[in-house]
Design a protein around this ligand. Structure first.
Ligand code: NDP
Length: 452
């Protein structure tokens, strides 16, 4: 098996080589995880919590190194990469509060006592994409470990370095061997084996809707538990009664963050027709002013795309007939650069409006009234995220309730907090991650009746 090269997308330089995990080694790792699960589930909740806190402290002590590694491997801006490492640290602290709070019920019955238990599943397989290697790894492993499971984790082939470092930190923090194993290499070999191996009791997959459907179909063969976080084509709905200056000035951050390689990207901006032209006028300087360049520089706001192939895919959406309203600047190269691009699509059926581009391209469309805004927002197979900009509280509530999406923010572009639930409607996914019930999703509920 040949080692695969890890490329810095901002320089196109090889920064590391990684040995991919072969099929036999994947099976061996799953079997080790299965054996380790028997011991890990018996670790007293308080001790499991203490180990997770030590792991969080190790991430904190290593935060600058993890961030620098992500900047080099993924082209994330330094500010974002620091936030991402901090997100794993904070989530581990949050997860450390879970083992002692996996409370069952005592249910009134005649002739005895009825009790429920939340038992760990065993081995959990986590499949991570390249767009947010650290947080998405953490969202899988932190609550799974808290609930008493062991984890085998496959990072994306393009971005394995921070996940490998997190596994080292877990060991340094004192987590027992084989409780968290990171297996770099191919999705077709490793991810697919998580789906078929009977000792893996749950698969957590984040990535494309297409591969997510294959994972779900594979899991169905064993009625294996599965959580899917898939694509998005989220709407940023701007009403005429909103604070238009703020909505327009912040819209670029709602879609161009991480160069648009974000399942929560608000890649459709729907603007009430009466303020459509004004909104674009206000948004233009914010887009042109975005600082795109060296992701390691403190002031940079947007880095490169992940690979040459991905840039070609993104560029393929902009055809000669596409109406480009305006673009921002980006470096010439080397590096897989693509400028922030605002397009005026050819109506709601245009593929710029329908498909997840996963790059810094946003389509802006007009709507007439609230009913049309809701209909347009819902006219998609996806339902992950979105924003609603309005000064009317009643409208904020009506529209939030009517939009078919798992995560909405009003007068804001934020999507993710580790203590609130995250997941998609429709083809954006299945199940929820994060939030107060995150650990429960990694347990089976057992009901026991004791006769008196
Ligand atoms: P994929 O869905 O192919 O990859 C996501 C993860 O799944 C990777 O770790 C990948 O491994 C793994 N994988 C691939 N094939 C299988 C399989 N048969 N069984 C199990 N796991 C598998 O996404 P891509 O990286 O190819 O990106 C393609 C498009 O998907 C993007 O352009 C974007 O539109 C969308 N996407 C959406 C994401 C989201 O967060 N919603 C995240 C990433 C992509 P490997 O690294 O070997 O490919």
């Amino acid at each position: 098996m040949t080692a695969s090269q890890v490329i810095n997308p901002a320089t196109e330089q090889v920064i590391a080589t990684v040995e991919p995990t072969g099929a036999a080694a994947v099976d061996a790792a799953i079997e080790r995880a299965h054996r380790a699960a028997a011991g890990w589930r018996e670790v007293a909740p308080g001790d499991r919590a203490r180990l997770l806190r030590r792991f969080a402290d190790a991430v904190d002590a290593d935060l600058e190194r993890l961030a620098a590694l992500e900047v080099a491997n993924s082209g994330h801006t330094l500010g974002n990469a620091r936030w991402e490492a901090g997100n794993v640290r904070d989530l581990l602290h949050f997860a450390a509060g879970m083992p002692e709070r996996l409370l069952g019920h005592q249910i009134p019955v005649a002739g005895g006592v009825d009790i429920t238990f939340h038992e760990p599943l065993g081995v959990v397989g986590v499949i991570v994409p390249w767009n947010f290697p650290m947080p998405i790894a953490g969202w899988g492993f932190a609550p799974a470990l808290a609930a008493g499971n062991t984890v085998v984790l496959k990072p994306a082939e393009l971005t394995p370095l921070t996940a490998l470092r997190l596994a080292e930190l877990a060991l340094e923090a004192g987590l027992p061997a084989d409780v968290l194993q990171v297996l770099p290499g191919s999705g077709a070999v490793i991810g697919a084996r998580f789906v078929t191996h009977p000792a893996v009791r749950k698969v957590v997959f984040t990535g494309s809707t297409e591969v997510g459907k294959q994972v779900m179909a594979g899991c169905a063969a064993q009625v294996k538990r599965v959580t899917l976080e898939l694509g998005g084509k989220s709407a940023n709905i701007v009403f005429a009664d909103s604070d238009l200056e703020r909505a327009a000035a912040t819209a670029p951050y709602g879609v161009f963050d991480n160069a648009g390689q974000d399942c929560c990207a608000r890649s459709r901006i729907l603007v009430q027709r009466s303020v459509f032209d004004r909104f674009l006028e206000l948004m233009e300087p914010a887009v042109r002013g975005l600082r795109v360049g060296d992701p390691a520089a403190e002031e940079t706001e947007m880095g490169p795309l992940i690979s040459a192939a991905h840039r070609a895919k993104v560029a393929g959406y902009i055809e000669p007939a596409t109406k480009v309203a305006f673009t921002g600047a980006c470096p010439e190269g080397p590096g897989f650069w693509y400028p922030p691009t605002v397009v005026l699509p050819d109506g709601p059926q245009d593929r710029l409006v329908r498909e997840e581009i996963f790059g810094p391209v946003v389509a802006v469309l007009p709507f007439e009234d609230e009913a049309e805004a809701i209909a347009m927002a819902n006219d998609t197979e996806y339902g992950l995220s979105g924003s609603i900009w309005t000064g009317d509280v009643g409208r904020a509530l009506r529209v939030s309730r009517a939009v078919e999406s798992g995560n909405l923010s009003v007068n804001s572009h934020s999507s993710v907090r580790y203590w609130t639930p995250f997941g998609g409607f429709k083809q954006s996914g299945l199940g929820r991650e994060l939030g107060p019930d995150a650990a429960l999703a990694f347990t089976e509920t057992k009901n026991v009746f004791l006769a008196s």
